[in-house]
Design a protein. Structure first.
Length: 369
């Protein structure tokens, strides 16, 4: 990605905002934070947004607000960044992993239905790579067991499903504003969106040492506030996010046009009803690590999201899963390759990526023949 090009586009506006923050010394919870929370809630189609310190905290806070407790079970996909599971573990709850569908690598509702039960307190669909998981198919399962749905929306800022935005009709959605996201800060930042004022108030309480009034602490909370400096950056970028997402969509369409007849590739697919915001453009290839090595050797910054599914990480060996437990997640982890994707990528750059990728695949085919 090219964060420098993005920063150049917003630099003047950010500098003016920072100058005001330092002039007024509004370093904690200043006007920029309130402005961003209001604007991002509106952008997401939610009634409320609570800015917090990072995306992992956002997930933990939303789960705690939803009633997840020590020993409770939280269902999440095996194909996700480890932070999704970490947020569950930090509460003392139990991550219950399920497999993903083979076409879109999104949480498979059929597996969720089989995994849910009396101990299920929450379901966490991960909106992976820029498109939403089938939340509407998870809602009946959550209702049956009295669980909440907390969406992991760190990669889907601006995505919709059947016209509904992230967080519509669920308990809450958590997002990360890590610099590489579609909407990225200049450091760590996150947010929780919800249509419930009570939920927003509880998240804010938990994120501020369990305190609404200084030195009056109602519950055990944590310190996780959206930094005012990051709010200035996010305000400037949010005003451009719809345009930047449109540029990502155009770049994705061009990749698909260029790659549609390249042998040895499985191209990304958009689930029916979804408007994809293309946080990542992820193809699947055999001999992925060798293909990635060849791309990088010729200056193409290919990445892997994610090389090890959660259940095969050392951190979660206590769940006692083995290779073969979640075959679709494992297959994806072995074959997924993320091509360069950002709003400022040029067609010439994409053409070079495709040329190098085609050569790498051909070399691999000849080597295996």
């Amino acid at each position: 990605m090219d964060l420098a090009a993005q920063q150049a586009e917003v630099d003047e506006e950010i500098q003016l905002g920072l100058k005001e923050v330092f002039a007024t010394t509004s370093f904690i919870g200043g006007p920029a934070v309130r402005q961003f929370e209001t604007a991002y809630a509106a952008f997401s189609g939610s009634a409320y947004c609570v800015g917090v310190g990072n995306g992992t905290d956002a997930l933990e806070l939303a789960l705690r607000a939803g009633g997840v407790t020590r020993g409770g079970e939280v269902i999440l996909p095996a194909n996700t960044f480890i932070a999704t599971a970490e947020a569950v573990s930090r509460i003392g709850a139990v991550p219950v992993l399920v497999d993903v569908d083979p076409q879109h690598q999104l949480m498979d509702p059929a597996h969720v239905e089989r995994a849910a039960g009396t101990r299920t307190q929450a379901i966490v669909p991960v909106h992976l790579f820029g498109q939403m998981a089938p939340v509407e198919r998870l809602t009946p399962v959550a209702e049956r067991w009295g669980a909440v749905i907390v969406e992991d929306a760190a990669q889907a800022q601006g995505a919709t499903r059947f016209g509904q935005g992230v967080g519509s009709g669920t308990f809450a959605a958590a997002t990360s504003f890590y610099p590489g996201k579609n909407l990225g800060a200049a450091g760590d930042a996150g947010g929780v969106t919800t249509d419930s004022r009570a939920t927003a108030d509880l998240v804010r309480l938990l994120a501020s040492h369990g305190s609404r009034e200084k030195y009056v602490h109602e519950v055990i909370g944590m310190n996780s506030r959206l930094d005012t400096v990051q709010a200035v950056v996010l305000n400037a970028k949010l005003r451009r996010l719809r345009y930047w997402n449109a540029l990502r969509g155009a770049a994705a369409a061009y990749y698909t046009e260029l790659l549609h007849d390249v042998p040895g590739l499985v191209l990304p697919r958009t689930s029916p009803g979804n408007v994809h915001v293309w946080h990542l453009y992820v193809v699947r290839v055999n001999h992925r690590d060798e293909v990635a090595r060849r791309l990088r050797a010729r200056g193409v910054g290919a990445a892997i999201h994610y090389p090890v599914p959660v259940h095969l990480t050392a951190a979660y060996r206590e769940l006692h899963h083995v290779r073969g437990s979640f075959p679709e997640s494992e297959s994806s982890a072995d074959r997924m390759l993320s091509l360069p994707m950002h709003p400022h990528i040029t067609r010439e750059q994409q053409e070079y990526v495709v040329h190098v990728l085609g050569s790498a695949l051909a070399e691999g085919y000849r080597a295996s023949a």
